[in-house]
Design a protein around this ligand. Structure first.
Ligand SMILES: [Mg+2]
Length: 352
């Protein structure tokens, strides 16, 4: 099977949430082949990443072989090398992620197998036929009604009053999932070392599983020093890091207890597999960012990622765009990929 064409597009999202990072700037990449199948992938980086795919990567991959995982890895390595002067992290790798995922989707469709089977099938231990999921957002009472036993709430530091707002959020979340549930906090880089240390003491009674993104991804040494100070809370992060090269820096600095690569940003399934190799060597657990979306879910199912997939249900009365038709939905706190070929989803052309 050979690649005949590659193109990317930024969808016409309609339901624009009240946030600067609308839809995480996600793009769609399409790969066409001479075998009569097309592959679709989801990348990041917005219109800038669309340009990277259409004006650089497309001409480099046209005519390339796409018959195996090894062929995809070879394409990945070539595109990484070709984009290296302006790439390595950020927009270029977010573009590469979308293309990599489209290649895996096409390979799965050509072989009539889901991507998780191309990766070796659902892991038996722990049983990954379905993956425990956690709900990220602010409507904890609703998530509990939906059956989630694990939840993460966002918390932004603006000043002293936010020690109280964090405690109130933690109390609400703990109340919703009960004694045995998991509660996590995502600070989106708004805490710092002092705030994090004080929060660890203040929130002790709520038994928080992890603090996420307490510093910027450049502050690796600070986070390495924080790890012992916040124990037993785990320091989590990595959604803003890229490829196995970037996670190698995290490994060497000892900055994090838990890694969260975003499979649609960090370099796709190909980079995800390499990051997992590194995590295994380093003894660090991995829980992909937005792992309940098919792109991460197939990898979690077929790998030694921990048994936890992030989903974003929004709010009880909220509305959202359905870009990918056929995405699995968490039921009673568990989620599983379908057996449909590739990633098992269809692009909603109405948004293109
Ligand atoms: Mg996060």
């Amino acid at each position: 099977m050979k690649i005949t064409a590659v193109s990317a597009v930024y969808p016409n999202y309609r339901n624009v949430p009240a946030s600067w990072r609308t839809h995480f700037w996600q793009i769609v990449v399409r790969v066409e082949t001479d075998a009569g199948v097309s592959g679709f992938g989801y990348g990041g980086g917005g219109r800038a990443a669309v340009e990277v795919v259409n004006r650089h990567f497309a001409e480099l991959v046209a005519g390339r072989d796409l018959g195996s995982a090894g062929a995809i890895a070879a394409i990945w390595d070539d595109l990484y090398r070709e984009s290296l002067p302006y790439g390595r992290k950020g927009v270029a790798i977010m573009a590469l992620s979308g293309l990599d995922l489209a290649l895996w989707d096409a390979l799965g469709k050509a072989e009539r197998r889901p991507v998780y089977e191309l990766l070796g099938g659902a892991r038996p231990e722990p049983n990954k036929d379905r993956v425990r999921s956690y709900a990220t957002g602010v409507d904890q009472a609703w998530y509990a009604e939906l059956g989630f036993s694990a939840t993460k709430f966002p918390h932004r530091w603006n000043g002293e009053a936010d020690y109280d707002s964090a405690a109130a959020g933690a109390a609400r979340a703990r109340d919703a999932v009960g004694e045995d549930g998991l509660v996590m906090i995502d600070t989106y880089m708004s805490w710092d070392s002092d705030v994090t240390t004080r929060m660890a003491g203040l929130l002790e009674e709520f038994n928080i599983y992890w603090f996420e993104d307490v510093c910027t991804p450049d502050e690796l040494d600070a986070q390495a020093q924080l790890r012992p100070a916040v124990k037993p809370v785990l320091l989590a992060g990595g959604e803003h890091e890229f490829t196995h090269h970037g996670f190698g820096e995290i490994a060497r600095s000892g900055a994090l207890d838990l890694w969260q690569p975003d499979i649609t940003w960090c370099g796709g399934i190909t980079a995800g597999l390499r990051i997992l190799d590194l995590a295994r060597e380093t003894g660090i657990p991995v829980a992909p960012h937005r792992g309940g979306e098919v792109w991460g879910l197939h990898l979690i199912t077929a790998s030694d990622c921990i048994d936890l997939a992030e989903v974003l249900p929004g709010t009880r009365d909220g509305d959202s765009d359905v870009l990918w038709i056929g995405e699995p939905i968490a039921e009673n706190g568990y989620i599983a990929p379908t057996d449909a070929p590739g990633f098992g989803v269809r692009l909603n052309e109405d948004l293109i």
